[in-house]
Design a protein around this ligand. Structure first.
Ligand SMILES: Cc1cc2nc3c(=O)[nH]c(=O)nc-3n(C[C@H](O)[C@H](O)[C@H](O)COP(=O)(O)OP(=O)(O)OC[C@H]3O[C@@H](n4cnc5c(N)ncnc54)[C@H](O)[C@@H]3O)c2cc1C
Length: 397
């Protein structure tokens, strides 16, 4: 693995960092941190147009879909820079869950599905959501679902209840994971099916309150019910029973996206902590930065962030070179290694800010609330540790 960042990527990172600091961070306010993302949509639309005109749209998406066509390793660097603002990924059209859905449709969608759903998603005209997790079943075991899709002539009839369907509020379609082949072996039971929002029987029940805020629009997580929801049979992605395989393919690169985003957040949190520590005086002429505890937190945060970045970049490099399957344990490792580092860095930064750290005047408490989920979504840490331990034990018979 080459440790040098290619000059063209370094240049891009510098330019995009400047854009994030000059154009996006000034838009952040306590309303955004308090869950009112939707209020910013008009200005975010303008920023998205600007990003398009600068040639930075959807950095990770292939050229044929209007993106920059960066490799996963190249995109990882950009994802870190974008994460310095909670608005970065959205403005560059590489936000979850859309980026994962674009990938699914690019890899497994047929021509008609790509024209109808991928094209407008790639251009940012619509948004989407991904509906797999159910309140009644353990999300950590995606082979065990209650939601069914029963073939009836030229249609599938979907019944079930999902929650944590992120960004369903304002989305145009959902990719739903439902059991189509109940008697198949467990990895071949479920399928992914496209359900346009607004189809009779697609019932958006609520935006779930998360650590005190229900969010809005893209920045929200919904509970959705499917009641005799009929969609054309051609809305199935790839083929019946392919749901689990597609979910695995979707999550590999997705974890790189998340992990680099976490590193970007950790970098901004550390920067905020250091800026505050050098100017906040605990006594006349004695800034917080002279305290050994703060120095300790700063040094530990820096070391942890550097270690995390190297690990994620190595994983991205292996996916680029060998594919997501071969990098499976690396993918699991970054998930449970990086998420707690983000939590620790945020916690230290909040502590260093004292009461200010608890407010929505700065972004720390917003991230602290929302990124607690990093240890849960895309598979809880415990499951990923199991995967790594299993591989390790194999060496010893
Ligand atoms: C903010 C957020 C956004 C999300 N977005 C989406 C989305 O867009 N679409 C979607 O479909 N889902 C989404 N999810 C759901 C997420 O993928 C699930 O929460 C996750 O897979 C865990 O499932 P669960 O919540 O049912 O926990 P469970 O599977 O019930 O597990 C509960 C706990 O048990 C422990 N545990 C589970 N399995 C094991 C094991 N094998 N060994 C040891 N301990 C174990 C873990 O500590 C785990 O946290 C989101 C979740 C959050 C919090």
């Amino acid at each position: 693995m080459n440790f040098n960042i290619p000059p063209h990527i370094q240049k891009l990172m510098d330019e995009i960092r400047e854009f994030v600091y000059e154009e996006l961070i000034p838009l952040e306010n306590s309303r955004l941190y308090g869950g009112h993302f939707g209020e910013l949509l008009p200005v975010l639309r303008e920023k998205r147009e600007k990003v398009k005109s600068l040639g930075w749209w959807a950095p990770w998406l292939h050229h044929e879909w209007g993106g920059m066509g960066l490799s996963l390793t190249e995109y990882a660097h950009i994802s870190e820079v974008l994460a310095h603002s909670p608005l970065g990924h959205y403005v560059f059209n590489c936000q979850a869950p859309d980026v994962g859905n674009m990938e699914v449709l690019m890899m497994f969608g047929n021509e008609a599905q790509q024209a109808q759903y991928l094209r407008p998603l790639a251009s940012g005209d619509i948004r989407s959501c991904f509906s797999m997790t159910e309140p009644g079943r353990a999300g950590s075991n995606p082979t065990w679902l209650d939601t069914t899709a029963v073939r009836d002539g030229d249609e599938y009839v979907i019944n079930g209840r999902k929650w944590f369907t992120s960004s369903a509020d304002g989305a145009s379609f959902a990719i739903v994971m439902a059991v189509t082949n109940p008697s198949a072996e467990k990895h071949g039971r479920a399928s992914m099916i496209i359900v346009p929002v607004g189809t009779p029987g697609f019932n958006h029940l609520r935006r779930i309150q998360i650590m005190g805020d229900e969010g809005s629009d893209h920045a929200s997580h919904s509970e959705v019910e499917y009641v005799d929801c009929r969609v054309p049979a051609e809305n199935i992605i790839h083929h019946e029973g392919a749901g689990f395989m597609i979910a695995q393919a979707r999550l590999g690169p997705g974890r790189i996206h998340h992990a680099m985003r976490w590193i970007g957040i950790a970098e901004r949190a550390l920067a905020l902590m250091c800026q505050y520590a050098v100017q906040r005086e605990v006594a006349p002429g004695r800034p917080l930065a002279t305290q050994q505890t703060i120095q300790d937190w700063t040094a530990e945060s820096r070391a942890e962030i550097e270690a995390a970045r190297l690990m994620v970049l190595r994983c991205a490099h292996r996916i680029d070179e060998l594919g997501a399957k071969a990098a499976r344990t690396d993918i699991s490792m970054i998930k449970f290694f990086v998420a707690p580092i983000l939590q620790r860095v945020l916690d230290r930064a909040i502590q260093a800010h004292g009461a200010l750290g608890m407010t929505d005047d700065i972004p720390l408490s917003y991230w602290y609330r929302h990124e607690r989920a990093a240890r849960i979504y895309d598979g809880p840490d415990e499951v990923h540790k199991m995967v790594v331990a299993r591989e390790e034990f194999k060496r010893y018979g």
